[in-house]
Design a protein around this ligand. Structure first.
Ligand code: E4P
Length: 215
């Protein structure tokens, strides 16, 4: 499973990218709204830094508007992926982009049937939101497992991005459930490094190093 970072904050992207673990970036209108920036300028900065897929979401609700917006976004850089909502209009736009060779990420996936529809419309990625499902008492990770099984049985190339990640357990569970990618907030990425025995081990190594006699 690969890691994308789920943020529009450039400092977070730069830091996580410097760790050598980031294969892409996802943004959404809520994440962009938190930053005081021009969306297109930020996308240019991100795409210049991160060579992998950078998801940029359309705002239009009709297919025609999504296609117009998506083409403009895709023209900003070769590694832009157009993010589309899981609606009939979103899938109309998805199939047009698939025919044009523009990568797509169908977002706000909450059921296996939605994922199957998006895959059949030619989506490059589907984004099931596991945290938001957990929030309403459903099992987000089980959804990833079901989608993964369906895509394998039917030999579908669409990749699964586990989205709405809230904590480290989501990462391990999504990887085991067959997600190709976990798009992960910066604070969760940071928390993946932490283990008390790692910290204790480093402290002990440094203490022992100071006690060596042939300095
Ligand atoms: C990513 O593509 C999604 O937009 C994001 O992971 C949603 O996360 P949230 O449920 O924490 O807002």
């Amino acid at each position: 499973m690969k890691f994308f970072i789920d943020t529009a904050n450039f400092e977070e992207i730069k830091e996580a990218h410097s760790w050598g673990i980031i294969s892409g970036v996802t943004t959404n209108p809520s994440l962009v709204a938190k930053e005081n920036i021009s969306f297109h300028d930020r996308l240019k900065e991100i795409t210049a830094l991160v060579p992998g897929s950078v998801s940029a979401e359309v705002i239009a609700l009709d297919a025609e508007g999504m296609i117009e917006e998506g083409r403009k976004l895709a023209a900003l850089a070769e590694n832009i992926t157009v993010k589309l909502p899981m609606t009939p209009e979103g899938l109309k736009a998805c199939s047009v982009f698939a025919a044009e060779g523009i990568k797509t990420n169908v977002t706000l996936i909450f059921s296996a049937n939605q994922a199957l529809l998006a895959a059949r419309a030619g989506a490059t990625y589907v984004s099931p939101f596991i945290g938001r499902l957990d929030d309403i008492g459903q099992n987000g990770v089980e959804l990833i497992e079901t989608i993964s099984d369906i895509f394998t049985i039917h030999d579908l190339d669409t990749q699964i991005i586990a989205a709405s990640i809230r904590h480290p357990q989501h990462i391990t569970a999504a990887a085991l459930a067959g997600a190709h990618i976990a798009t992960t907030p910066f604070n969760v990425l940071q928390s993946l490094f932490a283990h008390p025995l790692t910290t204790k081990g480093i402290d002990q190594f440094l203490k022992d190093w100071e006690t060596r006699t042939n300095k």
